[in-house]
Ligand binder design. Structure first.
Ligand code: FES
Length: 209
C-alpha cells in the first residue's frame, strides 16, 4: 500500500527510508571534514608571524627608557640577545691599557664574533648600547650579568660570569685570559634606525640577515 505522502508503508520500505536519511547525514558530515582539511593550507598562510619568528624575523627594540647599567633580553632566532646600556665610566674602562692586557682578544681579531661595522674595542655601533648573544662560547651555558666593580674580586671591572665552568667576559663581551671560553661573545647583526631604536637581525644595509 502507498500512503498519501508517497511512501510505501511496508516494513522493508520504512527501513530503506531510515537508511537513506542516515547516508545523507553521513555524507554531509564527511563533506564538512573535507572542507576543514582543504582549508588548513589557507589557515596556515594566515599566521605568518609565528612562522616568521621561527625563521628569525628581525626584532625592533625601543631603548629610550633604558638607564645606564640596565640590561634587557629579547629573543632572536630562538637565542637570548642581551642589550646593556653602558655608562660613560664603563666605556672609558673598556679602553684602558691595563684592562686590555687581561683579555684574550681585546681588538676583536676573531672576525666571526661580530659584524665588521661595530667598533673593535667597545664592540658596538652606538657605544652606549652593548648588544650580545647571551650564550657562552665555551659550551653554550648562559652567563650571568655582573656589572659592579669588584663584584667578582678586587680588580673586577664589570662584565659577565658563566657559572658552568667559570668563564668571564668584560662589558664588551670580550673573554678574559685563563678561562675555558676560547673566544669573545657574539655580537649579532643589528642596526639603529634612530638614536634609541635598534633592529636586531638587520644590518646597516637594511637587509634582514
Ligand atoms: S659553558 Fe661557559 S664556561 Fe663552560
Amino acid at each position: 500500500m502507498v500512503a498519501k505522502d508517497g511512501h510505501d508503508n511496508k516494513p522493508g520500505s520504512l527501513i530503506d527510508s531510515g537508511r537513506r536519511r542516515f547516508l545523507v547525514a553521513l555524507s554531509s558530515f564527511m563533506g564538512g571534514i573535507g572542507a576543514i582539511y582543504a582549508a588548513i593550507p589557507f589557515l596556515s598562510s594566515w599566521m605568518p608571524s609565528a612562522r616568521a619568528q621561527a625563521a628569525g624575523a628581525p626584532v625592533e627594540v625601543d631603548l629610550s627608557e633604558m638607564l645606564p647599567g640596565e640590561k634587557r633580553i629579547v629573543e632572536w632566532r630562538g637565542k637570548p640577545v642581551w642589550i646593556i646600556r653602558r655608562s660613560s665610566d664603563d666605556i672609558v674602562r673598556l679602553k684602558k691599557a691595563e684592562h686590555l692586557a687581561q683579555l684574550r682578544d681585546p681588538n676583536s681579531a676573531v672576525t666571526e664574533q661580530q659584524p665588521d661595522y661595530v667598533n673593535a674595542l667597545h664592540r658596538a655601533i652606538h657605544e652606549d648600547y652593548l648588544i650580545l648573544v647571551g650564550i657562552c662560547t665555551h659550551l653554550g651555558c648562559s652567563p650571568t650579568y655582573r656589572p659592579y666593580l669588584d663584584q667578582l674580586g678586587d680588580d673586577w671591572p664589570g662584565g659577565f660570569f658563566c657559572p658552568c665552568h667559570g668563564s668571564t667576559f668584560d662589558l664588551a663581551g670580550r673573554v678574559f685570559k685563563g678561562v675555558p671560553a676560547p673566544i669573545n661573545l657574539e655580537v649579532p647583526p643589528h642596526m639603529f634606525i634612530n638614536d634609541h631604536t635598534v633592529i636586531i637581525g638587520k644590518d646597516t644595509t637594511g637587509k634582514a640577515v
